[in-house]
Design a protein around this ligand. Structure first.
Ligand code: CU
Length: 113
């Protein structure tokens, strides 16, 4: 007996429009425990917008390894900071460069595809 599993791929691939995708924002949340809310973030290649949200009071910043000269987001006292950077597909590392923070856990992957 043969089981035929027919999956009629009902996925309609959404064509990329010429409009900027607002929901392409990468949201990174930091807190006073010196951690990001995720170990890995994803983004679409091109202009990547990053929203850095501080759920706490301690000062933090956010940089992308190898692109430190292009974007630095800084927050303290519950602030949100946003910035954008042009990235090709690949793996990147996000981190906070305040002394000791990266070692404490403020490091995450950013997967751009
Ligand atoms: Cu930090």
């Amino acid at each position: 007996m043969t089981l035929v599993l027919s999956s009629c791929g009902g996925e309609t691939s959404t064509q990329p429009s010429t409009d900027e995708q607002i929901d392409g924002v990468v949201r990174v949340v930091a807190d006073d425990t010196q951690n990001f809310d995720k170990d890995r973030y994803t983004a679409a290649a091109g202009s990547v917008e990053i929203e850095y949200v501080l759920d706490g009071f301690q000062a933090h910043n956010l940089l992308i390894e190898g692109f430190e000269g292009e974007m630095v987001l800084e927050v303290e006292n519950g602030e949100t900071s946003t910035g954008s950077i042009s990235l090709e597909s690949g793996r990147y590392v996000l981190y906070c460069d305040i002394a000791g923070h990266r070692e404490a856990g403020m490091e995450a992957q950013l997967l751009v595809e």
